[in-house]
Design a protein around this ligand. Structure first.
Ligand SMILES: C[S@@+](CC[C@H](N)C(=O)[O-])C[C@H]1O[C@@H](n2cnc3c(N)ncnc32)[C@H](O)[C@@H]1O
Length: 329
């Protein structure tokens, strides 16, 4: 199914937003909660370099010194591809557009070079979480602490079954809680849009990473956050667009609408329009004959990159695979 045209969907505001934050009643000590980890379960500290250069920049939490990094584990997250992507960035960037933002790995790597970021995704739960971190981070942290207190297989099932939450802060807390505790950090919905991933096997899942959430909140302060389909963006001359769509021939269950070959073709058309408007465009995708054919033109350069597979659930299906980084020339 091709992506529907220009559907920008409003993100709800919480009732009585801006009120005081009630601390969570749970007094469980922070010790032994487990540190933050990526989609492969690898721990990382997220500490910013201490040379002072980054201090004061928006992506660094002022007291903890933590540098913002993705707040969700995300299938197809581009942490491992970032070094390759950095090689293809233009020297100057006016505004930055990332219409398939997911966990936003590249965004955090370059946020100190960007004056204005437009981050969007079709996944409503994800974008509500971004917005609540931006605007109501402390309330969200308290709700996550409450989930941490109650975490158990039973609590997971109850929260997973709560589909129609209206309060967006609670909705964001549900989303982050499920993301941190589900199998492999996978976000998968069925065709009616219901999250259907079983609980993961974590001893101490990192349900609340308050320092990172605050650093992310600071980073997102001026960002334009939208829940919308990719074709709704409108970059201009001097801007950079980074597109990381669901890959051809791989995982595409992030939303109820699957990203098929027509959607890939539609993206290629849109990308050509953004390029003609004067924006620099970078697209990552799998290295398949279909994708190579789609961007075979003097206006695009196709680079090959190797990245570790992280999406397949079956261990034997993981492993290195080739990816393409397609740049406008
Ligand atoms: C490969 S992931 C992006 C991963 C991201 N670069 C990261 O580092 O975490 C693809 C994203 O595209 C989003 N998506 C799927 N179909 C879309 C559409 N038609 N328009 C906008 N976003 C879409 C999914 O929700 C998912 O977050």
């Amino acid at each position: 199914m091709p992506a529907a045209r220009n559907s920008s969907i409003p993100i709800p505001t919480p009732p009585g937003a801006g009120g005081s934050v009630q601390p969570s009643a749970c007094r469980r000590p922070a010790v032994g909660r487990g540190g933050p980890e990526d989609v492969n379960g690898k721990a990382h500290t997220g500490k910013a370099p201490t040379n002072g250069r980054l201090a004061g920049l928006c992506g660094v939490h002022p007291t903890s010194g933590v540098r913002a990094r993705p707040f969700v584990k995300w299938a197809g997250g581009k942490r491992s591809l970032v070094p390759d992507l950095l090689k293809h960035l233009p020297d100057t960037i006016e505004e930055y557009w990332e219409p398939f933002v997911g966990g936003g790995a590249l965004f955090y790597a370059i946020e100190n070079r960007i004056t204005r970021a437009h981050l969007s995704d079709a996944n409503p739960e994800l974008m509500i979480a971004y917005k609540m971190i931006q605007q109501h981070c402390d309330q969200l942290v308290e709700k996550l602490k409450a989930h941490r207190c109650r975490h158990s297989p039973r609590h997971y099932k109850v929260i997973r079954g709560k589909d129609g939450i209206e309060d967006p802060i609670e909705r964001a807390a549900r989303f982050i809680y499920l993301n941190k505790t589900c199998f492999n950090g996978l976000y998968r919905v069925n065709r009616s849009g219901r999250f259907n991933v079983p609980i993961g096997r974590y001893k101490n899942p990192a349900i609340v990473d308050a320092d990172n959430l605050r650093a992310v909140s600071a980073t997102l302060k001026e960002a334009d956050l939208q829940r919308q389909l990719f074709d709704a963006i409108a970059p201009r001359e001097g801007d950079l667009v980074y597109c990381d769509p669901p890959y051809d021939e791989t995982y595409d269950q992030y939303t109820a609408h699957r990203f098929n070959s027509e959607a890939q073709q539609h993206l290629a058309k849109c990308a050509d329009g953004w390029r003609k408007a004067g924006a620099a465009v970078i697209i990552s995708n799998s290295d398949t004959p279909f994708i190579r054919k789609l961007y075979k033109s003097v206006h695009w350069t196709i680079h090959t990159a190797k990245a570790a597979g992280t999406i397949n659930c079956r261990a034997e299906d993981r492993g290195d695979r080739n990816e393409t980084i397609i740049t406008s020339t």
